[in-house]
Design a protein around this ligand. Structure first.
Ligand code: SF4
Length: 267
């Protein structure tokens, strides 16, 4: 990834997709909670059902079929096109968060692809045409949340050093897709419906409200972790749950959660 050419929003760029669908084979599409929600609603499923039916590698990666095609690919193309994930919209570009804002990278393209690169427009034009801004905004929020969780877990490991190795291993397993265990906090519908039931709130009417409540539910759990052990509660399960979630968010948003956690512990 480090060797890929870097562009900015004003760079001359265009890409004509000729629907060869080669980029929908052998892909490794990891989802953040917003992407998961969009796909789940497209399929008329809860996130719990969608995860069980279509995701793998810790519940955040779209399955591929045996012939390497994405599980969402149909005979005429993507079956969830209006709700396809961010990378499917930006490809052959990819957007990352850097220390000074966003980084736009350009893949060189698959040798079997019939897509045609050009310069008839700008990166901005291309991104606008693929309606990516809601995806970028949600991804940025979860990127920031992942790093904040890492800092809070690091503080817990500093207070109680015996927790360090366990938290590091959990984060690493999820960051690197080395586990089949699904972080409970990734399951947005379940987290939000539990949260609403416990507080006798109406379930949110739209995705933006649901995402906001998902964040709020996580924030409240983080506040409890931050306060422990001052209030004498054993937070082991909550810490492990949060470490798994942070690792999964790191994998989905490319936030360097493991590095942030380890750095903060030994700072
Ligand atoms: S979600 Fe759709 S566009 Fe993305 S890889 Fe799968 S089939 Fe292709």
């Amino acid at each position: 990834m480090g060797d890929l050419p870097q562009l900015d929003r004003d760079s001359q760029f265009s890409y004509a997709c000729n629907r060869c669908m080669s980029c929908c084979h052998d892909a490794h599409i990891s989802l953040d909670p917003y992407e998961l929600l969009r796909l789940s609603r497209n399929r008329n499923l809860t996130t719990t059902e969608f995860i069980a039916r279509y995701l793998t590698e810790g519940g955040i990666v779209l399955r591929n079929r045996q012939d390497t095609s994405c599980v969402m690919l149909g005979a005429d193309g993507c079956t969830v096109y209006s709700d396809r994930p961010q990378i499917c919209r930006t490809y052959p570009l990819a957007r990352r968060r850097g220390s000074d804002g966003e980084i736009i990278l350009r893949y060189s393209g698959l040798t079997v692809s019939t897509g045609v690169y050009g310069r008839q427009g700008t990166v901005s034009d291309f991104l606008k045409a693929h309606e990516v801004e809601d995806f970028f905004a949600a991804s940025d929020r979860y990127f920031d949340l992942a790093l904040r969780i890492a800092a809070i877990l690091a503080a817990a490991a500093q207070r109680e050093p015996f927790r360090f190795a366990t938290l590091r291993d959990i984060i690493e397993a999820h960051c690197q897709f080395h586990t089949a265990a699904i972080p409970s906090l990734i399951d947005v519908d379940r987290v939000v419906s539990d949260y609403c039931r416990e507080r006798q709130l109406e379930f949110p009417a739209n995705l933006a409200e649901e995402l906001a409540l998902h964040m709020q539910a996580v924030e409240e759990r983080l506040a409890i972790i931050s306060a422990t052990p001052a209030d004498g509660v054993d937070a082991s399960d909550a810490l492990d749950e949060m470490a798994a979630f942070a690792g999964a968010l790191g994998a989905a948003t490319k936030a360097r959660v493991l590095l942030a956690f380890v750095d903060a512990v030994f700072r």
